[in-house]
Design a binder for this molecule. Sequence first.
Ligand code: TYD
Length: 139
Amino acid sequence: MNTKGTTVYDCRMVDIQRFSDNRGYLSVVEGGIDIPFEIKRIYYLYMVPEAARGAHAHKQLQQLMIATSGSVHVTMDDGTNKKTFVLDKPWKGLYVAPGLWRDLDDFSGGTVCMVLASEKYEAEDYIRDYEEFLKYKKL
Ligand code: TYD
């Protein structure tokens, strides 16, 4: 898929369904139903110190990011526009469209940020240099 033309407006917050009763809450995400991709990989960030994470783009990877605990700010960047999303509830996910630069910062203490990913890990899918990213987007 050519993802040069994707923009920050292709990202969106997703309300994750929750079930609650006197035992507490349960949330569920089903690939291909709640999100527009099948889930091939799950990873999570935790015990993050002050430092920011991210600072890269993916050419093809689609993701859903969820702060299952704590909070984090995710800034998406398409080379022209930037948009910051706040993840601070276990039932709020950010759908991350492919072909976009992302920066994660402002982690609160104890944050666990879970990422549901559309592909297995592929180092070649990363763009880690911002100038190279701008060239990829032909800006
Ligand atoms: P990185 O993508 O740089 O983390 P972040 O997006 O938070 O900045 O990944 C950190 C390290 O983990 C890097 O050495 C690659 C490795 N890694 C894997 O081996 N498999 C994976 O699925 C992921 C996401 C990372």
